[in-house]
Design a protein around this ligand. Sequence first.
Ligand code: FES
Ligand code: FE2
Length: 447
Amino acid sequence: MDIFKLKSYVDDRPSEGVFRVHKDVYACPEVFEHEMAFIFERTWAFLGHESQIAKPHDWLATHIARVPVLLTRDAGNQIGAFYNACRHKGARLTRTETGNKKYHVCPYHGWCYSSNGHNIDIKDRKDGCYTPAFDRDSHDLLPIARLASYKGLIFGSLSADVPPLQSFLGELRFFLDLAMEQGEHGMELVPGRIEYAYDANWKMQLDNGTDAYHLTSTHTSFLDVMAKRSTGEGNQEAKQFDWQKRYAQEGGDFQFAHGHSVIWLNQAEVAKRPIFPGIAEVQKRVGAERAEWMLKLRNISIFPNLQIADSTSLLLRTFRPLSVNRTEMRYWCMAPVGEAPAQRAWRLRQFEDFFNVSGFATPDDTVTYETCQAGFAAKELDYLQGHSRGMAALQAGPNDIASSLGFNPVASVKGKFLVQSETSFHPVYREWSRLMQAGLAGKGAYE
Ligand code: FES
Ligand SMILES: [Fe+2]
């Protein structure tokens, strides 16, 4: 691909009030192949949460984009991440998603690996007439280049040329902490997860996770049901939010380095948040200011494949690109470890209402991604106009909120709820363009 063409895909001229993204970024198969090589194989990606492999010998079959990764906890509690590919002929070692096994026996020719990745048996090796050269080779599983955790979130990289995880996450950690420090004894993914695939580009989800603008048009059925239930009609198990009250609130977004961003909204009905009954303990542990921010609505986007949304309930979402127009989505309800059963039930009912694959929001979102992807077939459609809203309210660096809370974003927006800015997408495409250009120019991702 021509580097000049690639450079033109993200038209980033903030001083002139312009930020535009070309539709080929979402629709061109050649762009997609470059994304695999220059983004997913060269930066940190989310792999899983520690609660998914809580006990020795627990394992989780996960991926970095199209590359299968086996996440394990060995006998000594050490977490490992390996290419999920047998050293013999490459077969994937797992046929299900998760489990507990001391030994992984390859389903093809029966080579056997322990939970720390060591090859401990080559089937019928003695009679196999192997040469000394073969015996000198290591037959252990290949570890991926980097593995690190932040507050229970496990990230991996297929390249060793990445900054330390803490600096990759950078100043966004303030918001990660607000999600990951809600429980006195840590956080866990509630067993059971949502999984499905949609026929559209992976960045449709990346955008939508911090897109507040679509709420009042895409999710009208959800808003209508909430309004109806508020009168006492229908299912009353989940708390009903008064969306009119929300529109009067102040909100905004913060841009961070390395492609991350967050949108936030002041919360009018804090008592409807499942952590509210235990907020006194939270205040004592994290301070009143952070506890107050835990009750606000916050959607976090961590480039390239993780989102944590704390709105009607707390959701952790990851997605992986399968092709330019096909994406696999997985997500979980996240909760404090040891949460009281009544609060857990409340949290789950609100999660199901909005986020479930059969809930009032997710199907509307998914269908919409697919209709956008179909629209990209329009030849004359070049630059999309969906990355501009809120730019006139953009302030470089921290605003008063960031300064008083003590974190340092690249840029900030604050305003009425209905600003519903699209400036939270800018870090994504700035980082996307930087990584793609570095790759095409033959440079390292973080040189
Ligand atoms: S591919 Fe695994 S044992 Fe042959
Ligand atoms: Fe949505």
